[in-house]
Design a protein around this ligand. Structure first.
Ligand code: ATP
Ligand code: MG
Length: 428
């Protein structure tokens, strides 16, 4: 027999039981973001390869080795989006959203990177992204950080995450720092691994981001950018830390934090946890003013973050399971007999009309009262509604609580509406 086809390595299904938890978390995203006046933008999953090459940077992990790139049937090179910032900015510029305007946007959806799959690292993963345009900060920098803080608080995982903060200064300051780093790492070239040696000339700041423990030890002793920043950059950073102090948000300044992407300048930050092993960065972001210009728009202020949903869910799932669960089904409708089935189905529609919040599952596939009651119990419903020949003849509905010991009662269809509304505390 042919082997069953399985999902692609690193690309996972979100099964119904998990989806329920994801939805609960997604509704927190929506509620928190709209409370700050952010609007959702929906973007294509596929973009021209050039967009990512030009924005993320040729010498980054993503562009060098992680993109899913293919030729379209007409020969155009396309790429499954590895992140959302570039596409969001592309859309903003294309539709004139950046021209003398302020924007606060968010998106949510799958991203694709050809990485080595492991816990917390997948080839298809979901991100919530927040992007703002037209604000030079540091007030908006503080706002997007406080949004993260509020999300974690609402999800009950605030104490599992630490905020790390750094500034990458201006382009000129980074250029100068780059030279300093080349001198420093060149002195220790023998200790560098292949990746770092390659980066020494192309992008030495990326060496600071290395995950290799031996390189990290070397990085500890490297010069820091913070020491050679000018007044403007320092003031921006002080402005941000001052606001965070006023807001009561704790942070750790980490001078080695550079982020993996090329387009960042000034503020960069990560929300990290020590509860997920090596894949501890749940949310990461920063200011990318220069990317806006690089992609062709004049307005040159932008800051955002992206949060990995799978890593976030791993933290949320450490909480009390029950707090994540909402009831899937309130009412299970049992019908025995052809006529009863038709009457029951019409009644189910009426109940859904009158009680829009009601979650009613209608039994399909026939069977005895006994077998249908078993299914009703398994569904987790609070109440079973029963329609059989007797009920059809009397124009009544049988009602039985599945969770509290109570005899089955008989009601008119109108009485059922009132009963469900009251016993399930539903709005009409
Ligand atoms: P890492 O250092 O873990 O590789 P990154 O710097 O590549 O992360 P970003 O591009 O900043 O990550 O993406 C933002 C967030 O998206 C990460 O902090 C993480 O939570 C999530 N993320 C990134 N890559 C993956 C992946 N392959 N699988 C699952 N989540 C991911
Ligand atoms: Mg990565």
């Amino acid at each position: 027999m042919a082997k069953n086809i399985q999902a692609i390595r690193g690309m996972h299904d979100v099964l119904p039981e998990q989806t329920q938890k994801w939805q609960r978390v997604e509704s927190v995203f929506q509620q928190v973001l709209s409370s700050y006046g952010y609007q959702e933008i929906r973007l294509p999953i596929v973009e021209k390869t050039e967009l990512f090459n030009r924005s993320i940077g040729e010498v980054t992990d993503i562009v060098e080795k992680e993109m899913y790139t293919f030729d379209d049937r007409n020969g155009d090179s396309l790429t499954l989006r590895p992140e959302g910032t570039a596409g969001c900015l592309r859309a903003g510029i294309e539709h004139g959203l950046l021209h003398n305007q302020i924007q606060r946007l968010w998106y949510y959806g799958p991203m694709f990177r050809h990485e080595r799959p492991q816990k917390g690292r997948y080839r298809q993963f979901y991100q919530l992204g927040v992007e703002t345009y037209g604000m030079a900060g540091p007030d908006i920098d503080a706002e997007i950080i406080v949004i993260g803080h509020r999300l974690w608080t609402q999800l009950g995982i605030r104490d599992k995450l630490e905020l790390q903060l750094n500034t990458l200064g201006s382009k000129e300051e980074r250029q100068h720092y780059r030279e300093e780093l080349i001198v420093y790492f060149s002195k220790h070239e023998a200790l560098l691994d292949d990746d770092s040696r390659r980066r020494l000339q192309t992008n030495p700041l990326r060496i600071l981001d290395s995950k290799n423990p031996e390189i990290q030890a070397l990085v500890e002793q490297a010069p820091t950018l913070m020491n050679s920043l000018g007044v403007d950059s320092l003031n921006h950073f002080k402005g941000l830390t001052g606001l965070l102090d006023d807001l009561g948000i704790d942070y750790t300044i980490n001078p080695r934090l550079v982020r993996g992407l090329d387009y960042y300048g000034h503020t960069v930050f990560e929300w990290v946890t020590c509860e997920l092993g090596a894949q501890g960065t749940v949310c990461a972001g920063g200011r990318y003013d220069s990317l806006v210009e690089q992609l062709g728009a004049r307005n040159s202020s932008a800051i955002g973050f992206a949060m990995g949903m799978e890593r976030l869910m791993a933290l949320v799932e450490m909480l009390d399971e029950v707090s994540c669960m909402t009831r899937l089904v309130d009412v299970y409708m049992i019908c025995v007999g052809d006529k009863a089935q038709a009457v029951g189905m019409v009644l189910a529609e009426k109940l859904r009309d009158q009680l829009p919040e009601l979650k009613l599952q209608f039994h399909c596939g026939g069977g005895s009262f006994k077998s249908q009651f078993k299914k009703a119990d398994k569904s987790g419903a609070e109440v079973a509604l029963i329609v059989g020949d007797v009920e059809v003849a009397n124009n009544k509905v049988g009602v039985k609580s599945l969770r509290v010991h109570q005899d089955q009662s008989s009601m008119s269809q109108t009485e059922v509406v009132g009963y469900l509304q009251q016993s399930l505390s539903l709005e009409c």
